[in-house]
Design a binder for this molecule. Structure first.
Ligand SMILES: [Fe+2]
Length: 445
């Protein structure tokens, strides 16, 4: 009993010392242990997947949409985030420059969504050029491929981009049997083994997609896997295994394919330059054209796209879209739902308080998606209160009358984190119907 009390005390002291439930980057080497603890016993959880948030070109800043996405991740507050890589440009970087750019990304992440854990698979821009993998590994872990079991789901993080010096002739992006020096088995053998692990759900995450939207027929300069044979080697491992979804990025489009029972997502909308017009070619979208349309033959009709200057043949199949976005995945027992979200779909405006002094604070949370959504990361800076806090919510109906929300929409206080002797941060979860706004009020007792 005494020991249990001491353990609890140590945990509280640790939480206070670390400023509450702060989180951050889960390094690949620690992912399995992290997931075993954070996901223990869970069959209901959510995670966000996004990637490709590099700048336009070397020495240019990160896109302005990235902090917007990160802020919304903070508000949604899923159980964790998976980044599919290409956070920086990397090419032409020295190791020191790559490190500084990666740190800038981490600073933005920590500022806006630092209380949500994030796991990363590397993209070609992080580890392929020069020696910059030396900048990547101390920050994100030595293992370049790794797996973890979170609750009832197994995540297999495959590396499709080894440092150039590890590659053989003809290898560019793909599924190679290379050992990263942190495993017993090279990656193909490792993947074959770990895919045998039983789990209610299996998700594969990698940077380069198995189904390229932009060069589906491979050709001379394929955008994704270097050869069809190499792609098929991984595809054969993935299909018929009951895998729920394969998440990737690399191509700066949003594209979904379903083969057998597995969904293949390309989610390259994290802010890097978009690769095509917002939608596919006109004829393709109308169902009149070929399966894939080469964009750029008639920019006026094709909504302004031009393939000129690109180093690959720009093709856009029906259903490939170029817009900034990220995906929220929700696991609920044996069900999984996938929701593509766009930046600015949610706003949080503080209408009063939130200054650490005023005893009542109000935030207006606007949900501009058509679906009901729970935001679990609405924070309030409040004066300290030994007696605790109350939270309530009101709405304005279409008759312009303000009244309390329905019982089902009642907000909840999820955590109270002391900032100092006088102030605390209070985290609230609030459910907002689609296309609606709710006012959340936190009051110190
Ligand atoms: Fe990439």
């Amino acid at each position: 009993m005494k020991k249990r009390f001491l353990t609890a005390l140590v945990a509280v002291v640790f939480l206070l010392a670390s400023g509450g439930a702060r989180a951050g980057i889960v390094k690949s080497d620690a992912a399995a242990q992290w997931a075993a603890q954070a996901g223990a016993g869970k069959s209901r959880f959510s995670f966000i997947v996004f990637g490709d948030s590099r700048g336009t070109s070397p020495a240019r800043p990160m896109p302005a949409v990235l902090p917007v996405i990160l802020q919304e991740i903070g508000w949604i507050h899923p159980d964790f985030v998976i980044n599919t890589g290409d956070m920086i440009v990397g090419y032409t970087d020295t190791v020191a420059q790559a490190r500084e750019e990666l740190l800038a990304v981490l600073r933005a992440y920590t500022r806006y969504a630092g209380d949500v854990d994030m796991l990363v698979v590397p993209g070609n821009h992080e580890i392929r050029p020069g020696d910059i993998v030396e900048a990547y590994r101390p920050l994100f872990g030595r293992k370049l491929y790794f797996d973890f079991t979170y609750g009832n789901a197994h995540f297999v993080m495959v590396n499709t981009n080894f440092p150039k010096k590890m590659l053989q002739k003809g290898q560019k992006y793909g599924f190679y049997n290379i050992n990263d020096g942190a495993h017993q088995d090279p990656m193909v053998e490792w993947t074959r083994k770990v895919l045998e692990k039983p789990a209610e759900h299996t998700f594969v995450v990698q940077h380069v997609p198995l189904f390229s939207a932009l060069s589906p027929d491979f050709g001379k300069h394929p955008k994704s896997f270097a050869t069809r044979e190499n792609r098929d080697e991984e595809l054969a491992l993935v299909l018929d295994r009951g895998i729920d979804a394969v998440f990737a990025g690399h191509e700066h489009v949003v594209y979904t394919r379903k083969e057998k029972d597995t969904l293949f997502f390309t989610l390259g909308g994290g802010g890097a330059p978009l690769y095509g017009p917002v939608s596919g070619g006109y004829a393709v979208n109308k169902g009149e054209g070929p399966r894939y349309a080469t964009v750029g033959s008639d920019p006026a009709v094709e909504h302004g796209g031009s393939a000129k200057g690109y180093h690959y043949n720009l093709h856009l199949p029906a259903g490939a879209f170029s817009f900034f976005s990220y995906m929220l995945v929700t696991v609920d027992g044996d069900k999984v739902s996938y929701e593509l979200l766009v930046p600015h779909h949610v706003d949080v405006e503080y209408a009063g308080g939130n200054d650490g002094v005023t005893p009542v604070a109000t935030a207006t949370v606007a949900n501009r998606m058509p679906y009901r959504r729970t935001y679990r990361g609405i924070w309030f800076l409040m004066p300290s209160s030994q007696a605790g806090y109350d939270v309530s919510a009101t709405q304005i109906d279409w008759e312009r009358i303000e009244h309390p929300v329905d019982d089902a929409l009642q907000p909840r206080i999820l955590e109270v984190t002391p900032v100092n002797d006088y102030q605390s941060r209070v985290r609230v979860a609030v459910t907002v119907p689609g296309a609606f706004s709710v006012d959340v009020h936190v009051k110190a007792r």
